[in-house]
Design a protein around this ligand. Structure first.
Ligand SMILES: [Zn+2]
Length: 274
């Protein structure tokens, strides 16, 4: 089977307190975190994972939580153009989940094979009150889904003939999904936002990389907060805990280098995997 190459795509950024994503640790440390997507290519098929935030969802320069942000469909188009691609060149789109910062350019890919979990669609249509208050989902997304012509909606875990493995990992949302990509350098795990950053899975880390490539010291988690750090957006903590264990279990090796987490700057800085 042909191996894949992964490129992390930069779709813009939002300035948030690091503590929001790590159970309150380092509440005063403001960091830019990227809106992240991925391009997967194996010489035969071109796959896009996640589609950024819609420009209309950034009001007066602020997005989720009222934090300063930049993004929009042009970022997605620019990221594709960097690889000489247009939206119609994308064969397949996979969504880790349907939050507003992952579906912004969905309408640009109406004919692509589109994969997401059935329960994620349920969550989109039937939101928990907290999800509504935070406006986690973009009100335009149900209409965008209606226009998709090639949906592969399913429930649970699935290995595709092209070698990509899909795993249901509820917790951050009802139907969140991890995407495992086999490459020459091993199996990389695109986690979506259950762990926003690698420190959520590896809470003893003492530094993290920022978007400009520099490093900043962070507080390692004390024993009573381990083994995982939860971010502030979890609709079901029991499910999230099981899903963290699942993310650990599906790896060949529990090593941070294989975890391409939802909004961690280091993923954008390193850019190429496999
Ligand atoms: Zn996100």
């Amino acid at each position: 089977m042909k191996k894949w190459k992964i490129k992390a795509l930069y779709y813009g950024k939002i300035n948030v307190p690091k503590g929001v994503m790590s159970a309150g640790l380092d509440p005063d440390l403001m960091i830019d975190i990227p809106y992240t997507g991925f391009l997967l290519r194996n010489g035969e098929e071109t796959v896009l994972v996640d589609a950024g935030i819609h420009q209309d969802h950034i009001v007066d320069g602020r997005a989720w939580g009222g934090y300063k942000a930049i993004g929009g469909q042009q970022f997605v188009l620019d990221a594709l153009a960097e690889e000489g691609l247009k939206p119609e060149d994308i064969d397949t789109v996979m969504y880790t989940h349907l939050h507003n910062d992952h579906t912004g350019a969905m309408e640009l890919f109406p004919e692509a094979k589109t994969y997401f979990q059935r329960d994620e669609y349920v969550n989109l249509l039937f939101q928990m009150p907290g999800q509504k208050v935070r406006e986690d989902f973009d009100p335009r997304t149900p209409g965008d889904v209606e226009k998709l012509q090639n949906i592969y909606m399913f429930d649970g875990d699935l290995t595709l003939p092209n070698g990509i493995e899909l795993y249901k990992i509820p917790g951050h949302t009802l139907g969140s999904m991890a995407i495992v990509v086999p490459t020459e350098e091993g199996r990389f795990i695109i986690t979506g936002d259950l762990p926003h950053m690698n420190v959520c899975l590896f809470p003893l880390q003492t530094e993290m990389q920022l978007l400009d490539g520099s490093f900043v010291e962070i507080t390692p988690a004390p024993p009573n907060m381990r083994p995982y750090l939860f971010n502030s957006v979890v609709y079901d903590h029991w499910a999230a805990f099981d899903s963290y264990n699942k993310l650990k279990a599906i790896a060949d090796e529990f090593d941070p280098k294989y975890y391409l987490t939802g909004h961690d700057p280091w993923v954008i800085v390193k850019k190429w995997f496999g």
